[in-house]
Design a protein around this ligand. Structure first.
Ligand code: IMP
Length: 419
């Protein structure tokens, strides 16, 4: 299996980092193809916890770690992360950054924060890291790319052009402080020295690795239902986490992808606003949150918790072409005598469907129809108890996709391979 995409099959935080880390052991190259420091991957190896946001998880395992053109990079976060990893003995010389990736500039962060404040109750609930504004500028063709910092003259010109517009917005629309050209230019020009050693032709690197028969892993950040085109818009991120995004984000043909592994929690979590049909009522939701440690890696926010939603997961199978699933955090459900699973939605007009609604008002007003499975109420070990096995098999039967990996605890070793 030379090339595999790993994609979050729900609303993020499915435990992808751990599965990527596991599969990275057999890979030569690990790539991030979209997103930026809005991602937060926690990897626990031998009692050591690593929280990384910008760099592919493969860096922990010493694999060539690619940040593709489809990503947005906050140079401050990148440099800090690289320095921290290096100080903990991780070899960071294996990180390769696309010169085509776009930079998150200070005004992107300021606009993200100010626009969320201004939206008030209608806010998206973003990570406020400047992701949306950076991708918006990329699409408007006034973005600043990694390769621009390598040429101080071009960099100055681009900052000047951007600031002429951004400062008007910041002052007049958002009523916040503008940015000074000299200050930003000198700050970003100084990043040139730090970024230059990492910049490379990532499309060519990945193409050559695939031609040489190497194993390449594409690590999706965020998740399917946060996809800009196919997720629960507008409560989405501004890039394409779905598997096909790996081809565009890295710069390879879609026919180079051999396998797509969807990572889904055995239940569901969501941060930020937006409809969430299988959300668990209080106080049970707090119990699941505590048991699962469901607090954001990047923002520390409480994650909303719901029972497993097979309608949404079926949609993820379709959008990504998922060939196998990794079901994580099954151990969190060990506390429950009965476990509801959402199998269909009841729509406002009374119809029932097992397919994700194509129209937002159906999704906003649908009600979940649950099937209740029996819990196992015992800790999970090397062999799954019969009821836990039945839970996993129920998911496989409903989705017609094999569950190849099951997460049974936080540590790297706590994953059962089923095939
Ligand atoms: P943004 O990506 O910061 O613009 O945020 C847009 C939406 O995506 C918000 O609902 C965020 O909470 C969500 N989001 C972004 N990154 C992650 C992630 O890594 N895990 C879960 N949700 C995320």
């Amino acid at each position: 299996m030379p090339s595999t995409v790993i994609v979050g099959a729900q609303w993020g935080d499915e435990g992808k980092g751990k599965i990527v880390d596991l599969l990275a052991q057999e890979s030569d190259v690990v790539c991030r193809y979209q997103g930026g420091p809005n991602a937060g991957h926690t990897i626990i190896v031998g009692g050591e916890t690593y929280k990384i946001r910008q760099t592919p998880s493969g860096v922990i395992s010493g694999k060539t770690s690619v940040i593709g053109a489809g990503c947005v990079v906050d140079p401050q976060v990148f440099v800090t992360e690289i320095d921290e990893l290096a100080s903990r003995g991780i070899d960071t010389s294996i990180v390769v950054l696309s010169g085509n990736a776009h930079l998150i500039m200070p005004w992107h962060v300021a606009i993200d924060q100010a626009s969320e404040r201004r939206l008030g109750k209608l806010q998206i609930g973003t990570t406020r890291r400047g992701i949306g504004p950076a991708y918006a500028d990329k699409a408007s063709r006034i973005g600043i790319r990694v390769q621009d910092v390598l040429d101080p003259k071009i960099l100055r010109q681009k900052i000047e052009v951007a600031l002429a517009e951004k400062n008007v917005w910041l002052e007049r629309v958002y009523e916040v402080e503008p940015f000074g050209l000299e200050e930003i230019w000198s700050q970003y020009a100084a990043y040139a020295e730090r970024l230059a050693p990492f910049v490379g032709d990532t499309s060519l690197l990945v193409d050559q690795a695939l031609r040489e028969g190497k194993n390449v892993l594409f690590e999706g950040a965020q998740a399917t239902l946060l996809d800009l085109d196919h997720g629960t818009y507008p409560f989405v991120t501004s890039s394409n986490p779905i598997a096909s995004g790996a081809a565009t984000g890295i710069g390879i043909g879609p026919n180079r992808i051999d396998r797509v592994t969807g990572v889904a929690k055995a239940y569901v979590t969501r941060v930020g606003e937006g409809p969430f049909p299988s959300e668990i009522p209080s106080p049970l939701q707090e119990r699941v949150r505590e048991l699962g440690g469901e607090f954001g890696t990047v923002t520390g926010r409480e994650r909303r918790c719901g029972w497993l939603d097979l309608v949404a997961l079926r949609y993820a199978v379709r959008l990504n072409g998922i060939t196998s699933l990794a079901l994580t955090k099954l151990d969190v459900l060990s506390a429950f005598a009965v476990i509801p699973v959402c199998v269909r939605y009841s729509l406002p007009d009374g119809r029932e469907t097992e397919h994700f609604p194509a129209h937002q008002s159906d999704f906003h007003h649908c009600r979940p129809i649950f099937e209740t499975l029996t819990g196992w109420e015992e800790p999970l070990g090397a062999q799954l108890p019969a009821a836990a096995r039945a839970y996993v098999e129920f998911v496989e039967d409903e989705l017609d996709v094999p569950v190849e990996l099951v997460g049974t605890g936080a540590d790297r070793a706590a994953v059962l391979a089923r095939s």
